[in-house]
Design a protein. Structure first.
Length: 277
């Protein structure tokens, strides 16, 4: 069964008597609702509500493990240390590399992003598998799970853009955290217009970074690509208008189909929807 070692992931351990309250006041994830056998996405935002760092987080003994890209780890650790002040919290590097496995008997916290799509995928520190990483990317793309660096740039995306309001990574009930006012306003006003979509074509997709247009207007760019399927973050209002009128959707010169992940329950808005809102 698939078990893929992600060598470019790094871990931070957050422990101590105030570990939960310390993180709860900083990050998007509601740690009070985090089960012992669950890994949830999370982010530390800018004051303007954009994603400064993104990660997965799960419970471990008396604290938490944060899993992030290795090129984010040191900067994230430095930022958390800056916020620490006199809190009873210990912050330390906790190793390199993570194994993800699915359809197997491997144990570990279940990734809530995949659970929303009906897939049981667990994450484990260290190397416990040798399958091709492309296998994991294909699963990610099929289920609409976007990652920074490949599908969006840090400091350029809001949590809503990457579906954190649906996948367990964003709380609107726990109280204040950095950037909370902005994301709460987006939620209550329904102003999120950029969303992750799957992009498909009967032939091979062009490379990542290729512009996607709807009726000749730019709506986004290709992110992760695997053969005839990829991910993109697009303006769903513009894409919805093109779909409703039968206007062409293109990635470069290649005709494509855009679909919102079914597990979100989202639909493309149309001009009629906007007029009746």
């Amino acid at each position: 069964m698939p078990a893929v070692f992600l060598k470019n992931r790094s871990l931070i351990r957050v422990s101590g008597s105030e570990a939960q309250s310390f993180l709860q006041n900083l990050i998007t994830t509601d740690l009070a609702a985090l089960a012992a056998d669950e890994a949830r996405p999370g982010a530390l935002l800018t004051p303007q509500g954009k994603i400064l760092f993104d990660f997965m987080i799960w419970r471990d003994a008396d604290g938490f493990v944060i899993e992030t890209d290795d090129d984010q780890r040191d900067a994230l650790l430095k930022r958390l240390t800056m916020y620490k002040l006199r809190a009873a919290v210990d912050l330390s590097p906790a190793g390199e590399g993570v194994t993800v496995s699915w359809e197997s008997t491997n144990t570990g916290p279940a990734d809530s992003r995949f659970a929303k799509a009906g897939v049981t995928l667990v994450r484990q520190a260290g190397q416990h598998g040798t399958d091709d990483p492309d296998t994991y990317d294909a699963l990610r793309i099929t289920n609409g799970v976007a990652v920074s660096g490949r599908d969006y740039a840090l400091q350029d995306a809001f949590p809503h853009d990457v579906l954190m309001d649906f996948n367990g990574g964003l709380s609107f009930k726990k109280g204040c955290y950095v950037g909370q006012e902005v994301v709460s306003r987006m939620q209550h006003r329904g102003t999120a217009r950029r969303r992750v979509v799957t992009v498909t074509t009967p032939t091979a997709l062009p490379p990542s970074g290729t512009e996607i247009t709807a009726a000749g207007k730019p709506v986004g760019a290709l992110g992760s690509v695997a053969g005839r399927r990829g991910l993109a973050i697009v303006r769903i209002d513009r894409a919805g208008e093109a779909i409703a009128t039968g206007a062409p959707l293109l990635a470069g010169e290649t005709p494509v189909t855009l679909e919102l992940p079914a597990w979100t329950g989202l639909t493309f808005p149309s001009a009629t929807d906007e007029a009746s809102a």
